[in-house]
Design a protein around this ligand. Sequence first.
Ligand code: AOF
Ligand code: ZN
Length: 368
Amino acid sequence: MIASPDSAHLRTALALGRQALGTTWPNPTVGCVIVAADGRVVGRGVTGIGGRPHAEMQALAEAGERAAGGTAYVTLEPCAHDGATPSCALLLAEAALARVVIGTHDPDPRTNGSGAALLTAAGVTVTSGLHEDEAKRLHAGHLRRVESGRPHVTLKLAASLDGRIATSTGASQWLTGQVARRHGHLLRARHDAILVGAGTAVRDDPELTCRLPGLGDRSPVRIVMIGAETALPVGRLLSTLGRSPVWLLATPERRLDTADLQATGMEVIDVAADSSGRPSLEQALGTLGARGVTSVLVEGGQTVATALLRDRLVDTLVWYSTDAIVGSDGLAAVGGLARTALSETRDFRTFRARRLGPDHVRFLERAA
Ligand code: AOF
Ligand code: ZN
């Protein structure tokens, strides 16, 4: 089947947006393609690093007068507010586009339908609904942050066939092969932040950077949850501070020597404790949202993963599985959840799956 031009151009806009994921927070990563009346692509744009300029402005700048009478494909409803940059809806109307095809609605209160309304009032035909699921996935971080005040949470797990993440002696490097691990680095590049528990940070001494060729500057902010008694990470996270910041989330009761820690260049952020005395995950996520983080990739360990699943705070699960059998004396990917009825167990549904060399990855989203 041949894809319709609308479908093909909107998919290009989605691909443009996807490439810049992780670089535009606190703003969404919007992609825009402008097609002239004769069907030729005349402009392309994606939200700039740090969120500006907006995608439409860049695509319009490239298209110039060829935009008149053409169609703009935008992954998110164009904004309706004048901020540091003029409203994109207004810019599109002024460029005399005939049509604007929108991926998904922007719930930001400054837009929330008024971008589309402004275009319609200016005589531009507005179409939406095409590839909306993909647009919602691309903008999941922005949508979650606007609607819930917290980032979109992706939990990444790499486990054996029997769901273990380490052997009985704690050996875990490496369960999955190189292709899957590289894929994991791409995930890092596409998130605003990456979060681990202090246990993992100390035991594995990870860098948590993106080390793919050409994407070395795409490392997300690295966040460590400091529990009541856990040691502080001092190894590679500290020695790679030049690559990207490290934020330590800890309860005030922990009485960290904040001045000493700040002197290392790591930032200490207070988070209220939950009933177990650990930093509350819900509060931690709210704090990250307030700081503009729209997406966070959680890479372990078992304590954080289990608590997030228990509190139903995981939005997307990325599950790598490898052809290994570890046995029940190994460390389970997920700890006890005290679930009894099977009806409580269907939190997620697979929406994409692929092979990665000898391993497999499945992407799951929350079942409604
Ligand atoms: C668009 N195109 O490329 C992006 C949009 O702080 P400002 O003025 O840059 O506005 C941020 C808001 O603009 C953000 O919350 C979201 O609603 C929208 N982002 N809109 O038309 C873009 N990145
Ligand atoms: Zn805009």
